[in-house]
Every structure is written in C-alpha cells, then in structure tokens.
Design a protein around this ligand. Structure first.
Ligand code: AMP
Length: 292
C-alpha cells in the first residue's frame, strides 16, 4: 500500500492507476472498524483497485465538537487497510487540504439543514466540501459511503447530481456489533454503562420495524413506537427520531413508498446515530434478520 500525504502526489498516483484500472475510493476519518472495512471489501469487489483516505476534516466539526479529541489511530488503521487490500492511502494534514486563503465551499442547500444538519450547523457544508475535494484529487470511478450516515448519503448524492460529477456513489449497509449497536468510531467514547444504554437507538428502530412488519405504515405511529422506547431511558437525550424520504430527508406521512427511519441521541456527551431504510412495500430488513 502506497501512503500519500500530498495532493499533487495523490493526483499523479491516481492518473497512473486509472490508465489501466478502475479505481474505487473509500473516504474515512480513521479510527477504523469493521464498518469501514466493509466499504473497502465492497469497493474491491467492484473495482480493480481501491484508494482509501484518512482525514479528520476540521470544517465538518462545529466549535465545541470533538475535532481535537476525535480518535486518531493512524498506524493501526494503516495495518487494517493494507491487510484489507487497499492500494493507495491518501492521508494529508489539514494544511494540505486547506492551505491559507482557502475560501471555496460546497453547499447543498436545504438538504444540509435537515436531520443531522439541523443540529450540527455547517456540518454538511464541511462534508460536501471535503468530499468534492477528495473526488477532484483522487478522481475515482466509484466512491463508497456507509448507509449509517444516511443524511450524508442524501447530501452527497445531491452534490454529485447537481455538479455533474462523473463518479458513481455507492451506499453500503450498516455494520453492527453482535448485539445490534451500529459500529461507530465514537462508540469508543462510551463507558461500559453508556455502551449498554446506547443500544436503545437500535431497540427503538427494532420496535418500529416490528410494528411495520405487523402492517403499520403510518409514520407517526412508528415514530411513537420509537419514542416509547426512549421514554424508558430518560438519561438519553433524543436529538431526533424522524421518518423521512431518504432522498429529500423531509418527513413522510406513510411508509408505503419507502422511508428512512432515523434516530440521533446523546448518550452522555457522545452523539450517536442509527437508521433503518425501508424499501417500498418492505421485504425482510437487516434488523429483522439480526433478530431472527
Ligand atoms: P467516518 O470515518 O465516520 O467518517 O466514516 C467513513 C465512512 O464509513 C462513512 O461513509 C460512514 O458512513 C461509513 N461507516 C461508518 N460506520 C459504519 C457502519 N457501522 N457501517 C457501515 N459504514 C459505516
């Protein structure tokens, strides 16, 4: 695996690779877990070669968020990516991506203010900007993102469409711990007690899923089922529990035509998210499979 830290070198390496091979990109902020590696595996299945990036992007963190304390485990991450079969790792420092005077941002209007964007102002502007830059620098044929960050997927799909970027964006399923907790780099912030209580996000989605399976399609009924689960754990502060269209992130009244059940909550000072994507006229969901 070639580890590259400068934009110029990465652009050259990509050009050399793409002469003969298709290239997939897996952008990450490091502190890698099996969720990240599932994106690499999917990229390897689709593409001749895979590039990953590790960059804790300062512009997507608001003041007071965890930019400084975000887990940085570079050597460990390198070993995991190399073992997984990644050919190129782009790992720039912040000054390489945002040199003095950098003044251009990408903003996907409206969508960027919904779900996580509503409680994290500026977050998706930072995400869209860094991903647009990575797309220009790495120039992959395909780029892989986790459905775990469902609002991010919606924002980035809109960006690719609106800017006519010649890149196929592929969303991959959420990878969970054996007990159902969605894997996240931030799970390592949790104390053992918080880790146990964090399962409530998954349980709330599971409760809604069960209701769906019994034939309920009214979004508000599903949302109430989710909120009821949270009511049993008052120490956890809900940010949102929403049932929305997965592309527009606007609330839907009914799930018949598909929907995204999304939840975000504070467990202590750690903000966690999880979601469940309901296909139109829902078949078996990953949550049901996990509980079979
Ligand atoms: P991050 O390092 O948190 O920015 O995540 C990098 C990529 O990994 C994003 O596309 C995430 O959506 C994806 N990802 C994070 N956690 C998971 C998970 N549990 N399952 C699948 N993909 C994930």
């Amino acid at each position: 695996m070639q580890v590259i830290t400068t934009v110029r070198e990465m652009q050259h390496a990509s050009i050399a690779f793409k002469k003969t091979r298709s290239l997939g990109l897996v952008p990450t902020m490091g502190a890698l877990h099996a969720g990240h590696l599932s994106l690499v595996q999917r990229a390897l299945a689709d593409c001749d070669a895979v590039a990953a990036s590790i960059f804790v992007n300062p512009t997507q963190f608001a003041a007071g968020e965890d930019y400084e304390t975000y887990p940085r485990t570079f050597d460990n991450d390198c070993a995991k990516l190399e073992a997984a079969g990644v050919s190129l790792l782009f790992a720039p420092i912040a000054a390489e991506m945002y040199p003095a005077g950098a003044a251009t941002f990408v903003e996907v209007a409206d969508l960027s203010n919904r779900l996580d964007g509503a409680s994290r102002p500026g977050h998706f502007r930072g995400v869209a900007t860094i991903v647009a830059k990575l797309f220009n620098i790495v120039a992959p044929d395909r780029a892989y993102f986790g459905q775990k960050d469902a609002a991010q997927v919606a924002v980035l799909r809109a960006m690719v469409r609106d800017l006519n970027l010649p890149i196929q964006l592929i969303a991959c399923p959420i990878v969970r711990e054996p007990d159902g907790l969605a894997m996240s780099s931030r799970n390592r912030y949790l104390s053992p007690d918080q880790r146990r209580r964090a399962l409530i996000l998954h349980h709330s989605l599971h409760a809604a899923d069960k209701l769906l399976r019994s034939g309920e399609t009214c979004a508000e009924a599903l949302r109430i089922a989710m909120l009821d689960i949270f009511a049993a754990e008052p120490s956890i502060r809900i940010d949102y529990a929403a049932i929305v269209d997965p592309a527009t992130l606007l609330p839907v009244a009914d799930t018949t035509h598909g929907a995204l059940l999304a939840v975000a909550a504070w467990v202590g000072s750690t903000r966690l998210i999880d979601n469940l994507l309901i296909e139109p006229s829902s078949a078996a969901t990953p949550i049901e499979a996990a509980h079979a």
